[in-house]
Design a protein around this ligand. Sequence first.
Ligand SMILES: Nc1ncnc2c1ncn2[C@@H]1O[C@H](COP(=O)(O)OP(=O)(O)OP(=O)(O)O)[C@@H](O)[C@H]1O
Ligand SMILES: [Mg+2]
Length: 218
Amino acid sequence: MIVIGFLNPKGGCGKTTLATNLAKALYLDGYSVLAVDSDPQGTLRDWYSAQDEDAEGPDMAALDPKAIARGLKGIGNGYDIVLIDGAAKIEARDSVNLVKACDVVLIPIQPTPADIWGASDLVEIIQARQAITDGFPLAAFVISRQIVGTKLAEGIAGVLEEFDVPVFRSRTSQRVIYAESMIHGSSVVDNEPRGKAAGEIRAITNELLELLNGEERI
Ligand SMILES: Nc1ncnc2c1ncn2[C@@H]1O[C@H](COP(=O)(O)OP(=O)(O)OP(=O)(O)O)[C@@H](O)[C@H]1O
Ligand SMILES: [Mg+2]
């Protein structure tokens, strides 16, 4: 079981969108996938519930961050990949619990100054954990909702270097299909498999699998 967290206390940065789309993409790649909602807002649960009764895809569960490690032992067993959708405005203690439970933390980040400033507390928590566990969880930024052609989108990878956390080459751009796909509990890879958004999600999925492969985790 590989546990991947989508964490960033900044609201609206794309945690749930990435978690749901990657869950579906990994499922379609043949992995058994459990998507875990750790956010009291329950957006991932709403996404799952919006699907048809007989829809095929990842399974879903909800767990409180306070009991995440114990909870995963019970329900995560037997899955290849467990994806955890984090919450906004989360208490530091809950972030620590989630980080401890993860093999990989992906940090969705929008290319704006406020989003960049908002990431430092989470990065500190991850790096403090890595320092005592031989580098785990692995972590990477995933640039999310970029507006192609803007200075912010072009400059962000350079600005993020100060955190000393790798940045995925693949990104999501601002595309209405991401929001539309949530309506029916779907994903961009189902809705427009040959579209640009599906290409972005497949590229991020492949980069994640490369990262896990490099560590001989999958
Ligand atoms: N690449 C994108 N293009 C267009 N809209 C997007 C994109 N990514 C996310 N969104 C939309 O932006 C909003 C916030 O995204 P999302 O819910 O994934 O963020 P979040 O980090 O999970 O938010 P929260 O912190 O509230 O849980 C949603 O309405 C979503 O549909
Ligand atoms: Mg969310």
